[in-house]
Design a protein around this ligand. Structure first.
Ligand code: ZN
Length: 142
């Protein structure tokens, strides 16, 4: 699997726009409870830190993406999706539907357009909107 695709989690989250992955990939100094590191859901070999506990198919690697599941979208996914749409303007089900209908490369292109930093063009965090290349982390409030 290509490195970028490897960062698309089973739930449709793209780890490349996750604060914890960006902190790790930029080697941002860790701040307890504020800046944590993650190498990405799939590279960690945890199919999904949120859904895994509830989903046997994800735990056992039966499905690669949630949309392959017979009960898609399940209640747990819908709950996380609602949170993302509400707080972060981009939903996981929207993301999964792009993958399902148009493929991973289209999703990556959509994300690059939506989350590119105006200054440097790198991806900003979906969680905070911060650019880990440009912004001064000492002034961050979240
Ligand atoms: Zn930037």
């Amino acid at each position: 699997m290509e490195p970028e695709r490897q960062l698309i989690a089973p739930c449709g989250m793209y780890c490349g726009v996750c604060s914890s992955y960006l902190a790790y990939s930029h080697q941002t100094p860790r701040i307890r409870g504020k800046i944590t590191y993650c190498i990405g859901c799939r590279p960690r070999d945890k199919q999904c830190s949120w859904l895994k506990k509830r989903c046997e198919l994800l735990r056992e690697g039966t499905v690669e993406y949630c949309f392959e599941c017979p009960t898609y979208p399940c209640e747990a996914l819908e709950r996380i999706d609602a949170g993302y749409r509400d707080k972060h303007v981009f939903g996981l089900i929207e993301s999964l539907d792009i993958i399902r209908t148009q493929g991973e490369d289209v999703l990556l292109a959509v994300l690059k357009e939506r989350f590119a930093c105006n200054e440097c063009g790198e991806l900003r965090s979906i969680h905070s909107g911060k650019c880990y290349s440009c912004d001064d982390i000492k002034g961050w409030k979240d």
